[in-house]
Design a protein around this ligand. Structure first.
Ligand code: DPP
Ligand code: ZN
Length: 854
């Protein structure tokens, strides 16, 4: 397949300022008539070239006349045109029912819906399907009225009416020019939860959350989150909504989490539907975050869009940064930051260290769907955060205002964004731009030396950016490090917090009048997405975990202490657990801390993150070391855990920050009681499982049971399955919990579950709940006999035939073969080779598998 390169960008030869679409909708055969008003862009004599995928034109007309000198090249429709402005009409037929890729127009749960980002629109009609072509859309839909009583599209509704033969029609008009990837329609039998929002300039917007009727009671949380998001974007970024209606539709079959189509967001139902019985606190938080994310795209993505797909992080990194800010403002900012960093370390750091590493602004791709990655989204958000840190809040807001005003209604680049940051602040970000072009997670070496008599402390900082595919040599980055020194004896801060911009390979910073031995608190708030290697002792880390005034740094110190302990355990087979146990006790006894924060601090880093610290990952040794530490924390503090478990018991369910914090910490306590080997643990967990009036408590109890050998284990899984067998989203949890189990038989259990009647590759959520979760389970996936690798490859080859995009997303665990021993690595490579050699492979899976072999 051909490589697409960033430097090959050329402005479009033809523009399409206006388009009218007419859909004669039917699941088996939908007829699409398109009327494009095209305009020659600049002096050239190139024909009009329209992207297509899978259709053949039934008719082509130019200025009202049927023509026959059009031709098909590859999948493009090429139309020779003589003048500078023409009307080009095409008609095609497509088959939504047979669309298993879930790109373009497809059927889900009896309804019809679309997904066009990145290149799905070409599967609907012939069009120059690139984000720098902005058009005003008028869309007419007609369909059978009883099967599809609701007809929605982008923009505002214009008119509707009945047709003969039990059909009806509706017309929608979107006045804002938009790229084709933001096009959407929905036809279905849907119920709506309506609300209104009055913008700050006094316009009333009609809001609607559309779902199947039975799900209506699960939509209040999403509607509430939408209103909060609309108010937040006005307050924090000065951005107001611009249409008269804003609709969200939930569908069960969806590749992404959700999609920000102008005025008509389409969501994976898992990011809309919630009630206490079926959704956990994490689900509630995730829903609010994704509703906010897609809403915020209305400005960062829709009003200002991307010039080409290499600029994807322009909208995604920025919008993730915006949704993170929104979530931080809804509850504990410290806990939100911890969760985001945990996610970055779980997904983005391994990506940046592996064969699929790519810059935040990539240079080339085979298939753009493969670049909706943690690097583009989450590292991209860290880049925006670093610029906000460097500029300070006022200049940053001035810069985003400038960006939105200057580029409103256009397709922009990452460079445009950085230029606005510079212009509004007067700062030079030349060297900072390397964050966009260089892949790899920088490593920072930090050590501090103190002259006890003289009072002078010398901090030495060094940076190193590792080689990544295609980038053997790296230049130094600008790394904003918030840091502070604390006195090891008194626990008092010895300096103010400083923001150091490390921009050299090595730098020395001198502090005078340091009267006691200093302990270094560095990368506070995770001010840069880097790995810090310091020589801080276990005692210093324990000290920081108790005394640091930056909540993230406290968490980080504890994590580092736990990590060092598990790494020692994995390498040497034994480790001194006492510093961790006493640091955890200190945290438990700190009355100032809120519950959610305590829970985060006391959770052990995941096995995969421990593995990332080793030269060669030994999954069994990591598992043993982690379990040993869990047992030591459980046993050493069993009375405290039992006490905590009792006092954190709550009355009826409430969704408040305090109640959420209690549930989270109580879940952690239950986990440690079980880890201690308490003979009562199984019964305790089962009681919680049965008595729970909410999914958070029920699932945390089931997880404890699923990870152990308890007599109650099977019963809990069966009860859960039977209780929720008609709710797909909850069944996903049932599959996922088993696929994530830390037990030794998990690989075999997962194989059995893949043959379960409720398992299907056709639904992306279900596929991810089993196969995705299994790939993230280091111990089970890397079973020494290679059965995990074989299983994943089999599943990916099967899934690729249905849905290449989702298959390719699940491949990365196989690509990490360099990190494992020869025996495992050889088996992983063999499976990758088997995938690459599969006839008819998609370019999505081919790109990921072949790059993983390099
Ligand atoms: N819908 C996806 C997102 O919002 C892609 N734009 O990130
Ligand atoms: Zn997005």
């Amino acid at each position: 397949p051909p490589v697409v390169r960033r430097t090959d960008y050329r402005p479009p030869a033809w523009l399409v300022p206006d388009i009218a679409l007419d859909f004669d909708l039917d699941p088996a055969t939908t007829r699409v008539a398109a009327r494009l008003e095209v305009r020659r862009n600049g002096g050239h004599d190139a024909p009009l070239r329209l992207d297509g995928a899978g259709q053949t034109p039934l008719a082509v007309r130019v200025d009202g006349q049927a023509i026959n000198d059009w031709r098909i090249e590859g999948e493009d429709l090429v139309v020779p045109l003589g003048g500078d402005a023409h009307v080009v009409e095409t008609e095609v037929e497509i088959e939504p029912d047979r669309n298993t890729q879930l790109m373009g127009l497809y059927a889900s749960g009896g309804n019809l819906c679309t997904q066009c980002e990145a290149e799905g629109f070409r599967r609907i009609t012939f069009f120059p399907d690139r984000p720098d072509i902005l058009s005003r859309y008028v869309v007419r839909l007609s369909a059978d009225k009883s099967r599809f009583p609701v007809l929605l599209a982008n923009g505002d509704p214009v008119a509707s009416g009945d047709l003969p033969g039990g059909r009806h029609w509706a017309e929608w008009r979107d006045p804002f020019p938009k790229p084709s990837y933001l096009f959407a329609l929905v036809a279905g039998d849907l119920a709506v939860n309506r609300g209104t929002f009055t913008t700050r300039s006094g316009r009333e917007v009609q809001l609607g959350i559309w779902v199947r009727a039975a799900d209506l009671p699960r939509t209040d949380h999403a509607l509430h989150a939408l209103k909060l998001s609309m108010a937040w974007d006005e307050r924090v970024y000065g951005r107001e909504y611009d249409l008269d209606v804003f609709n969200i539709v939930a569908v069960d079959d969806f590749n992404f989490g959700a999609m920000e189509n102008k005025g008509l967001n389409i969501f994976n139902s898992r990011y809309i539907l919630a009630d206490p019985d079926t959704a956990t606190d994490y689900d509630y938080d995730g829903i609010a975050a994704v509703v906010a994310h897609e809403y915020f795209h209305n400005w960062s993505g829709n009003r200002v869009t991307c010039r080409d797909w290499f600029q994807l992080s322009l909208k995604e990194g920025f919008t993730v940064y915006r949704d993170q800010g929104f979530s931080a403002d809804q509850g504990s900012a410290a806990v939100k930051r911890i969760e985001d960093v945990r996610g970055l370390r779980a997904a983005q750091f391994p990506e940046d260290a592996g064969p699929l590493a790519h810059p935040v602004r990539p240079d080339e791709y085979l298939e753009i769907s493969n670049f909706y990655t943690a690097t583009i989204y989450n590292k991209g958000a860290e880049l925006i955060r670093m610029m906000a840190t460097i500029l300070g809040p006022q200049a940053f807001r001035a810069a985003t205002d400038l960006y939105f005003d200057r580029f409103d209604g256009t397709a922009a680049t990452c460079e445009d964004f950085v230029l606005c940051m510079e212009e509004a602040s007067g700062r030079d970000l030349s060297q900072f731009r390397r964050w966009y072009s260089q892949a790899g997670t920088p490593r920072i070496a930090a050590s501090i030396e103190h002259q006890p008599g003289g009072g002078r402390a010398t901090l030495r900082l060094g940076q190193h950016v590792p080689a990544t595919p295609g980038q053997p040599e790296k230049q130094p980055m600008v790394i904003p490090l918030r840091l502070r020194l604390f006195g090891a004896e008194t626990g008092r801060p010895l300096t103010d917090e400083q923001l150091v911009l490390l921009d050299q390979p090595a730098e020395t910073i001198v502090f005078e009048a340091i009267t006691e031995r200093p302990v270094l608190s560095i990368n506070r708030g995770f001010s840069a997405p880097v790995i810090v290697e310091s020589d801080r002792s276990a005692a210093d880390l324990a000290f920081l975990s108790a005394h640091d005034d930056d909540p993230f740094a406290r968490y980080e110190a504890m994590q580092q202490l736990m990590l060092d302990t598990m790494v020692a355990g994995a390498i040497e087979g034994v480790a001194d657990h006492r510093p961790v146990v006493s640091a955890v006790l200190n945290t438990l006894e700190d009355a100032e801390l809120d519950y959610a924060f305590m829970a985060e601090v006391m959770l052990l880093p995941a096995e995969s993150f421990v593995g990332d610290q080793l030269a060669v990952v030994d999954p069994e040794a990591v598992h043993r070391a982690r379990e040993a530490l869990r047992r030591a924390i459980g046993r050493g503090l069993l009375d405290s855990w039992r006490h905590l478990y009792d006092v954190l018991q709550q009355g009826p369910y409430a969704y408040t920050p305090e109640a959420k914090g209690k549930r989270r910490l109580r879940g952690v306590a239950l986990g440690y009681i079980a880890a201690a080997g308490d003979p009562e643990a199984g019964a305790l967990a089962f009681r919680q499982f049965e008595a729970a009036d909410n999914m958070t408590d029920r699932q945390s109890a089931m997880t404890v049971l699923a990870n152990g050998d308890f007599a109650e284990r099977e019963a809990a899984l069966d009860i859960f399955y039977n209780r929720y067998s008609d709710n797909g989203l909850v069944l996903d949890k049932w599959f996922q919990t088993q696929a994530l189990s830390t037990r030794g038989d998990t690989a075999a259990v997962v194989e059995t579950l893949a043959a379960h009647p409720d398992f299907t590759l056709a639904n992306p959520n279900r596929a991810r709940s089993l196969i995705g979760a299994f790939g993230a389970n280091q111990r089970a996936f890397h079973a020494a006999d290679g059965r995990g690798y074989r299983f994943l490859a089999d599943q990916l080859i099967a899934l690729d035939r249905l849905n290449p995009q989702t298959a390719a997303k699940l491949l990365p665990p196989l690509g990490r073969w360099r990190r494992f021993d020869e025996h495992r690595g050889t088996q992983m490579r063999a499976e990758l080779e088997r995938i690459v050699a599969t006839p008819g492979l998609s370019k999505d899976l081919f790109e990921q598998a072949s790059k993983s072999l390099e």
